[in-house]
Design a protein around this ligand. Structure first.
Ligand SMILES: Nc1ncnc2c1ncn2[C@@H]1O[C@H](COP(=O)(O)OP(=O)(O)OP(=O)(O)O)[C@@H](O)[C@H]1O
Ligand SMILES: [Mg+2]
Length: 266
């Protein structure tokens, strides 16, 4: 389990030199420890979490007093009508946003206690993100898109072996590795995005409508891939979807209506 960060540089926090370029230094990890997996404790826990967006026209409630537990290795689908708070929930899980009130715990550690650097490291170490519109860098080829978060985390800017491994894992044939996103199909782009999410070996994959922009056949291959990552590799997956057929791939469905958990199935 992650230790509660102290904000102090640890003995292990020595400056590390990226491989291949002696002139560059990257800042030390603020989360240098290895996490132990504990199947009995939630990997993500929400405790009475509310997110309010203050707007000039009045406050908008994103999610309202949500409490939930997600356990390691679970494949969860989050369903609900448009505007019900699904993306808000996922952004909070991904520490991309902070709650207005309540507590979010990742591997038992309160997100509120963490500094910006620690949150950045948490995202790089523990979380992978997959989006409906892939969100790839248009000017980077597939390999560079996948390698980028790995280079950011490790400083190994010239060692693309892990990125290649991740591209093989998602079955993107090698001739496509030098293609830019605009030269790839939707399904191929989503494979690149999944490889990018996997490159740092995260425990948690957060997917917002991962098949929302794909035809049914391509969507099915991507869902089988996600399913495999959950069952074979024990990764925790939280997937937002509108589609009941897509949600069937999950072990458990959490329904959100008007920002509240309206029911669970599974
Ligand atoms: N950045 C923001 N600023 C203000 N209001 C926001 C913001 N993000 C979301 N909201 C509001 O919060 C509520 C929940 O939005 P959210 O995007 O989480 O819904 P959703 O369930 O993901 O919808 P969809 O299925 O259409 O993607 C909506 O009323 C939305 O207008
Ligand atoms: Mg959304």
């Amino acid at each position: 389990m992650l230790k509660i960060p102290t904000g102090q540089a640890d003995a292990a926090d020595t400056l590390r030199r990226p491989e291949g370029d002696p002139s560059l230094f990257i800042r030390p990890f603020t989360l240098p420890w290895k996490q132990e997996k504990d199947k009995e404790s939630p990997i993500i826990a929400f405790r009475q979490v509310t997110k309010i967006y203050p707007l000039d026209s009045g406050d908008v409630t994103g999610i309202d007093n949500v409490s939930l537990d997600i356990f390691p290795g679970e494949f969860i689908a989050v369903m609900g009508p448009s505007g019900s708070g699904k993306s808000t929930l996922l952004n909070l899980m991904g520490c991309l946003d902070q709650p207005s009130s309540g507590e979010i715990l990742i591997e038992g550690n309160s997100v509120r206690m963490m500094s910006d650097n620690q949150l950045t490291d948490l995202r790089l170490e523990l979380l992978g993100f997959i989006f409906q519109y892939f969100n790839l860098f248009p000017l980077f080829d597939a390999l560079k898109n996948v390698h980028y978060p790995y280079a950011t985390r490790t400083g190994r800017i010239y060692d693309t072996s892990r990125a290649k491994e991740a591209l093989r894992e998602v079955d993107l044939p090698e001739p496509f590795w030098t293609h830019r996103p605009g030269q790839l199909s939707g399904g191929q782009q989503q494979r690149v995005a999944i490889a990018r999410a996997l490159v740092n070996d995260p425990s948690i994959l957060l997917c917002d409508e991962p098949t929302g922009n794909l035809d049914t056949h391509t969507g099915t291959t991507i869902l089988n891939l996600l399913s495999d990552l959950s069952r074979r590799e024990g990764r925790t997956i939280v997937m937002v979807t509108h589609d009941p057929k897509t949600a069937e791939y999950a072990d458990r469905i959490i329904r959100i209506v008007d920002g509240k958990v309206a029911g669970e199935k599974g």
